[in-house]
Design a protein around this ligand. Structure first.
Ligand code: IMP
Length: 422
């Protein structure tokens, strides 16, 4: 069977940490969508590691890590990640397998991303500019290059034809972006050589066999449900299916092979990039969440927008994904707030509703809050549920009652050890 681990908000919920905490239960960790737009942060032994494309199980001795067909890979960033792992003597050659069907991000995909964003003016998505959108466009447009192409001698011919086409489109945008394509291509080729040192597999077949052998598999999502290309806050979304169904298409896992669906959310909400965010705070409370929670993008370093927990959106994500258990992250960040607010309904065009409407832009939606008593205690050294303040336990009980799903883990700090199991 395959378990799923998914972010339920706008990404950055702390999936890297949880995969790391859960890894010892699994033989295989697989990524199924997204690319180097993701930034999964893990902290242990006093060192902070950020992974972009490589699954978070790579730091555990026994886990095999798979980059699935649904992922898009930039060989340049991938090589940097490998070099970094090399510094910590991680044996990635035997532990990291790549799907032949994963698509490649070309340097011109990154340029296209920049040109497209520049052309949007105020309507820009706030993309991480890693070439994600243009690469998925080539995938669905049936023009893309895949990892498996690198095993054939003519890959450079294929590359040239696609890159030339991209250059013509970049010209069309007429955007003021400067680049030296020869330099970018040289870097790309070095990245490709590094990638080719790894084992390429037919990951769907590999995972099918692993299941038949009784291996335990965890599919690790990137980004969050509200950035899903279909169910997120379109067009301010990423270009893949970040929800549970994405694991089926992004790994070749049949729906009836899915067992646990583990949903991760922060005790509050954050978002990077543009797009609607009903519970966003523009006051001192939002600034405190950002400061205490160290809310800066792991990939771009941009400050994240912060706000109260949006239960309407969270309930929607729980439904779409069929979440069977929840993990609440960063509870420690809320210590010190006298009152904690939770959005339990929207005022939508003058009517009170409790589901996610077509548009959650601020001109249509105003959040309706339920207020709860906060707690003052520092949670970061607490290690059992019994230690938690009563008002935090009330908060947890309220969320469980509203969502009808148990909260199994409460995270009280970035380190592996700061994790309370319930
Ligand atoms: P893109 O996928 O890089 O084009 O970015 C599209 C939108 O998704 C932007 O608002 C990004 O900030 C957001 N996004 C992409 N990846 C992540 C992530 O890993 N965490 C949070 N937001 C992300």
């Amino acid at each position: 069977m395959v378990d799923l681990l998914l972010g339920l908000q706008w990404g950055d919920e702390g999936k890297g940490k949880i995969v790391d905490v859960l890894t010892k239960e699994y033989d295989i960790i697989a990524r199924f969508q997204g690319g180097p737009n993701a930034g999964h942060t893990l902290e242990f032994d006093g060192i902070k590691h950020v992974l972009h494309t490589i699954p978070s199980g790579i730091f555990h001795k026994n886990a095999i890590n798979i980059v699935g067909n649904g992922v898009v890979i930039d060989p340049v960033i991938f090589k940097r990640e490998l070099d970094n792992l090399g510094k910590f003597n991680i044996d990635f050659v035997s532990k990291l397998l790549i799907s032949r069907k994963a698509h490649l991000i070309l340097p011109t995909h990154r340029l296209l991303d920049a040109a497209s964003e520049a052309s949007k003016g105020k309507a820009k998505i706030g993309s991480t500019l890693k070439g994600i959108g243009p690469t998925y466009m080539d995938k669905t447009g049936r023009n893309g290059m895949r990892v498996g192409d690198l095993e054939f001698d003519d890959w450079k011919t294929k590359y040239r034809a696609l890159a030339d086409k991209h250059e013509a489109i970049i010209d069309f945008y007429n955007a003021e972006i400067e680049y030296n394509l020869a330099e970018l291509e040289a870097e790309f080729c070095v990245g490709v050589e590094a990638l080719k040192k790894l084992t390429f597999i037919d990951s769907e077949e590999y995972i099918f066999k692993a299941q038949a052998e009784g291996k335990k598999i965890l599919a690790e999502g990137a980004q969050g449900s509200l950035l899903d290309i279909d169910f997120g806050t379109y067009p301010y979304v990423t270009s893949s299916n970040t929800t549970a169904a994405g694991a089926c298409t992004g790994l070749g896992v049949a729906p009836n092979s899915i067992d646990r669906v583990i949903g991760i959310f922060k005790a509050y909400t954050t978002r990077v990039g543009s797009g609607p965010f009903p519970t966003e705070l523009f006051d001192e409370d939002g600034a405190t969440m950002g400061r205490v929670g160290n809310e800066f993008g792991a990939t771009t370093g941009r400050p994240r927008r912060c706000g109260w927990l949006d239960l309407v959106a969270l309930k929607y994500a729980v439904q779409i994904n069929g979440v069977t258990e929840l993990m609440m992250m960063k509870a420690d960040v809320l210590s010190g707030f006298k009152t904690i607010k939770v959005c339990t309904a929207y005022d939508y065009k003058g009517k009170k509703i409790q589901h996610l409407p077509y548009s959650i832009e601020s001109e249509y939606v105003t959040p309706v809050y339920t207020e709860m008593k906060g707690w003052a205690q520092d949670l970061t050294k607490m290690s059992s549920s019994a230690d938690l303040p009563a008002t935090l336990n009330d908060y947890i009980a309220f969320l469980e009652e509203q969502l009808q799903v148990p909260i199994k883990i409460v995270s009280v700090g970035p380190d592996r050890t700061q994790t309370i199991h319930r």
